[in-house]
Structures are given as C-alpha cells and as structure tokens.
Design a protein around this ligand. Structure first.
Ligand code: ZN
Length: 275
C-alpha cells in the first residue's frame, strides 16, 4: 500500500479558547505546533491564522507570512494554506485568496456551499473559478474539500472545463452537522465518485475523527488530524497538542504495517514539484 500522508490541521478559524484552551492562536504558537507535528510524522500542515484581538480566523497576509517564513526555514513540511477565511462569515474573494500570494504547495478549495453553524459557508461558482485560476497562476495544487457528494460533481465539471488539472487531490470532510456523515458507508460512497488517478485524504469531525482515520488507513487513503477538526483526544479529554493526534496515527499505522510518508515522499505521491 502507498505510504500514508498525515496532515495536521493546526487551528482552523472557528474554535476559540473558551472551549479549547490549548488551541494555538499566535503565529509563534501555530509555528511551534506545526514543527511538533512535523517531528511526530506529519508531512503536511494545514494552516489558518487567527486575529489576535478576536481569536477568530483572518486572512491577514502578514500573519500568514509570520508562520510560513519560519516553517520554510526550519522544516521541509508541505504547507497547505486555507482559502476559506472564516467559514460562514464569507469574506470577499480577494481576501480569501490572499494566502495564495505566499505560493504554498497546496491550498484548500471548498468545492461548494454548505450550511455551517447558524449561517451558510458560501462558495459560489464565481469564487471557485477565481480560486482555481489563481492557484494555477501561482503553481498551487488545490486540495479539493468535499463536504457532500455534489461537490465532487462540481470538481469533476471544473476538471472537464480545464479549470482543475489532474491528478486531482480530494479531502473528504465528514461529520459536520450539515454535510455527509462520518460513517464508512458515506466515505465508500464518496470514494466511488472520484477518478481512479486521484489521491484522497479524510477528515472525521469531532467523534468521527478516529473512525474516519482508520478508514483512510485501511482503504489506502491519507489522513488529516488536528484541533481544527477535533479538540478531544478521547471522550472527555481535551487534546493538549496537535502532535498527540499525529503520534497516535503513526503508532497505529506502524502496527498495521503501513509506512508513513516523509514530506519528500508525500510530494511524489501528490505530484508536487520539488522546490
Ligand atoms: Zn481549514
């Protein structure tokens, strides 16, 4: 089986310290957590930054740069920057795409709109086209985030229209209260709809975290863990670090005899150019 790529999603944009006291906020905290995850075996880090005043996600260029620069100096991590901004607050398109100016190797592309919290996370065709176009210009590979099956159809249509290049890379986000559930059947159904030559990874939100990770492990996909998706290490026990989640997957994968991909190996699997 292909080596396992572990992505660590460090902080996200919505979970604040009043419910998750250990979640990284400042560029220094986010950078430190990324390095810990890299040391633990993560090949990719998925990065949001936080407004120091509100604690919520922001698409501030300087804050992104304060994370990206030290990570490029100190690690060989693959950086996947967000283009979602704060899901549900629906920032202007140009604000959302600001992270692409740092030319990360990967960036998230949410392939459709979905209810989220009390609002709607809006990703209309206009945004998808602008994001895909800018990613092509900047040499960024889209990580196509799939919350439900129609989003795969959207991505395939964009491929047919020449807006997305093969091989596509999908990230299945399962178990949000408004999207596809985090169940084996749900993942198998979505997996049936992606092209043979596509790569994929899976996120289980909240209590779906570990079950979906196990599905990714046995099906030959890849796994995303971290506090953006789940703040509990186990029932009733908050995770203190993101690295805890990475370490657990590494231990289980070793027992299962599936090797962990280094960042260099992950680049080869995902078809990223060496920089
Ligand atoms: Zn994210």
């Amino acid at each position: 089986m292909e080596k396992l790529i572990i992505t660590a999603a460090i902080t996200g944009s919505r979970i604040t310290r009043d419910i998750a006291p250990y979640i990284p906020y400042t560029p220094e905290e986010i950078t430190r957590s990324c390095i810990e995850c890299w040391n633990a075996g993560a090949a990719i880090v998925h990065i949001h930054v936080r407004d120091p005043k509100t604690g919520l996600g922001t698409q501030n260029y300087d804050l992104f740069q304060q994370v990206v620069t030290p990570l490029r100096e100190k690690t060989d991590l693959i950086l996947c920057l967000t283009t979602s901004g704060i899901a549900g607050l629906n920032l202007p398109i140009e604000d959302r795409l600001i992270s692409l100016e740092l030319e990360p190797e990967l960036a998230s592309l949410d392939a459709g709109s979905i209810n989220l919290g009390g609002g709607v996370f809006i990703n209309p065709p206009e945004f998808l086209d602008a994001a895909a176009k800018r990613m092509k210009e900047k040499g960024v590979k889209p990580e196509i985030e799939i919350f439900d099956s129609g989003m795969i159809i959207t991505a395939l249509r964009m491929r047919d229209e020449g807006k997305l290049d093969e091989p596509l890379h999908f990230q299945f986000v399962l178990g949000t209260p408004w999207g596809a559930p985090a169940t084996p059947k749900s993942l198998l159904f979505l997996h049936e709809h992606i092209p043979q030559n596509a790569t994929w990874s899976v996120i289980g939100i909240g209590r779906g975290h570990l079950p979906m990770s196990m599905m990714g492990l046995i099906m030959g996909g890849h796994i995303r863990v971290g506090m953006e998706d789940n703040i509990y290490y186990r029932r009733g026990e908050l995770a203190k670090t993101n690295a805890q989640f990475v370490e657990r997957i590494v231990r289980i994968a070793r027992e299962y005899d599936r090797d962990i991909a280094s960042p260099k190996e992950a680049r080869a699997i995902l078809g990223l150019k060496e920089r």
